[in-house]
Design a binder for this molecule. Structure first.
Ligand code: HEM
Length: 136
């Protein structure tokens, strides 16, 4: 599977769960899970969808194992952080390792994504310069 496809699928699952959770919070008038809901939507829906767009814009990268792994790790990190934050805000200290490990996993994964962005954008940028030079 392409990294972009996995990103889009995972993003849609995250937002469906996140929106349902939001509706439950609104109906019950108990907003205590709000930080977990917000993280699930922003890490799951927004970030994953943005990764998907970036990978779709770079077809050579989209089919690599590195990109697929980056998306998988992000999805796992998002679940871990969301569960941890939800447990902590429900008063359960057992959520600490999930939130803590999830946050470092996500940071490391974002560093990997940043490195991919720099590598592939520089490559595309240099190609652009090479194409433009003869016309000038
Ligand atoms: C059916 C859709 C949704 C419902 C019913 C819903 C519901 C809620 C509720 C009840 C709160 C708590 C508000 C408060 O206590 O002040 C909240 C907070 C929040 N939601 Fe949602 N939400 C939905 C979708 C989304 C989506 C798609 C995103 C992000 C892309 C999102 C991001 C956030 C954020 C960032 C907060 C925290 C806002 C703050 O700090 O005041 N929500 N949402």
């Amino acid at each position: 599977m392409k990294a972009s496809s996995l990103s889009f699928f995972a993003a849609v699952i995250a937002v469906l769960v996140g929106m349902s959770w939001g509706i439950v919070m609104a109906i019950s008038q108990d907003h205590s899970a709000m930080p977990a809901h917000a993280h699930l939507n922003l890490l799951g829906w927004v970030s994953l969808f943005l990764f998907g767009i970036f990978y779709r814009l770079h077809p050579a990268l989209d089919v690599t194992r590195t990109a697929l792994m980056q998306v998988c790790v992000w999805a796992i990190g998002t679940v871990s952080l969301t569960v941890g934050v939800a447990m902590l805000h429900a008063g359960n200290k057992g959520g600490e390792p999930f939130a803590g490990i999830g946050s470092f996993v996500l940071l490391a994964d974002m560093l990997l994504f940043g490195w991919l962005v720099v590598r592939y954008e520089l490559r595309g940028g240099l190609r652009g310069v090479a194409i433009m030079t003869p016309a000038e």
